[in-house]
Design a protein around this ligand. Structure first.
Ligand SMILES: Cc1ncc(COP(=O)(O)O)c(C=O)c1O
Length: 408
């Protein structure tokens, strides 16, 4: 299929013809990326504050990831988990250092990592809590698109069409310790929480809440599972977002940024819950040498380039810019979030309009709802990139301010 005038292929029409209608896509076909920038099929450049939804932590095509993948692909593309795999062990070792002693299991996505965590928690329940199996998770949470992780996701809109969902999940309000205590019964085996809720709109847990959950789990013999799929890999200025809270979870799930853009998931466990035995769980592709080589390069680069410090510093700088904009434009509120994981509340349901206009001006943003503008850029961002993004956002908001909706 081609457009008559240019003879170029019409990617939008081809997508409609051949791809299932699962995604609400922006009118943009991306063909190249470098650092925090991407290029569309017409050659236009965009500053990317979406980063593959918190995936491209090192920006696009970081030389370390490119080199690691190129080298690995010439040595060994895939081996079964029937055999030892050097890259898999090396990546698990790096995560063991970052987590101070947890052991890893690799999968291919965040949902799969959470499935593993749910199974592991159920095994804990069977062995150590009288057959308990129920997981308490939070309203506004997001844990994936499989049936079990949909059941764990605290957003009715993701669940309604798929009932009956698997049994053994219950949601309570976020940041409400008392609600967790009330919901706990002899059936409860664990608590699943994002220290900073991502898809829900970037809401950090309070100190008292996360510390209270840890204490409640200790008192009640429950398993604390932290979903770090979006907030992990340095995004908040610490390698794991739970490190801001002075707690240690029993199980941690990761994915997204772990291999700098190559698909991977991970489920880490502390010794207390390290209960999987041969045959309990498995995967064909999980821990694949290419994904693990990319993961090794990503973690080493985060350390070598001081990207945790950069994420914290640039996060504060971006927050200050957003604060200035929220003072200038009454229809956006003060920002919230941690490090380079930020959001602003937008009045009059105008977040999609801002996303659309920012895109036209060369800045990619994302809205998690009509009221919430989310910004999750690469951790390699410089102050110059932020100045540029703030300038474009200012221009965009000035245009939006002239719309009748903002006068209401
Ligand atoms: C916190 C969290 N958990 C789990 C997932 C699911 O990850 P995936 O899409 O890789 O299955 C996501 C995806 O957005 C997420 O943000």
């Amino acid at each position: 299929m081609t457009t008559a005038e240019t003879g170029k292929r019409d990617w939008v029409a081809l997508e409609h013809q051949y791809y299932q209608g699962t995604f609400k896509r922006q009118p943009l076909t991306l063909v190249r990326g470098e650092g925090p920038r991407v290029w569309d099929s017409e050659g236009k450049i965009y500053l990317d504050f979406v980063a593959g939804i918190a995936v491209n932590v090192l920006g696009h095509c970081h030389p370390a990831v490119v080199k690691a993948v190129q080298e690995q692909v010439t040595q060994l593309v895939h081996v079964s988990n029937l055999y030892y795999n050097v890259r898999q062990i090396e990546l698990a070792e790096l995560l063991g250092v970052q987590s101070r002693g947890m052991r890893s299991f690799f999968s291919n996505s965040g949902a799969e990592a959470n499935e593993g965590a749910i199974k592991l928690a159920r095994k804990y329940g069977r062995l150590h809590r009288g057959g308990a199996y129920e997981i308490i998770s939070m309203d506004r949470s997001f844990h994936g698109r499989t049936l079990a992780t949909t059941a764990a996701t605290g957003q009715a809109s993701y669940q309604a069409t798929w009932v009956p969902l698997p049994d053994g999940f219950k949601q309570v309000p976020f940041n409400d310790l008392e609600a967790v205590k009330q919901a706990t019964s002899e059936k409860t085996v664990g608590i699943l929480v994002e220290a900073v809720q991502g898809e829900g709109g970037i809401y950090p847990a309070t100190q008292e809440y996360l510390q209270g959950l840890r204490q409640w789990c200790d008192e009640q013999n429950l398993v604390l599972i932290c979903d770090e799929v979006q907030a992990g890999m340095g995004r908040t200025g610490k390698f794991f977002s739970w490190e801001h809270y002075g707690i240690r979870p029993d199980i941690v799930t990761m994915a997204k940024g772990l291999a700098g853009g190559v698909p991977i998931g991970a489920m880490l466990t502390a010794p207390r819950t390290d209960l999987f035995a041969p045959g309990d769980h498995g995967t064909t592709f999980g821990g694949n040498p290419i994904a693990c080589a990319a993961g090794i390069a990503t973690i080493k680069t985060i350390v070598e380039e001081n990207l945790l410090e950069n994420a914290a510093k640039m996060g504060d700088y971006w927050n200050a810019k957003l604060e200035e904009l929220s003072n200038k434009y009454t229809f956006i509120d003060s920002p919230r979030g941690l490090g380079l994981m930020r959001a602003v509340h937008v009045q009059h349901g105008l977040a999609p309009v801002i996303v659309q206009k920012a895109l036209e001006h060369g800045l990619l943003l994302n809205n998690t709802s009509p009221d919430t503008l989310r910004m999750i850029p690469p951790l390699v961002l410089t102050a110059g990139d932020i100045d540029e993004a703030a300038h474009v956002l200012d221009q965009t908001l000035a245009e939006v301010a002239t719309l009748p909706a903002t006068q209401a």
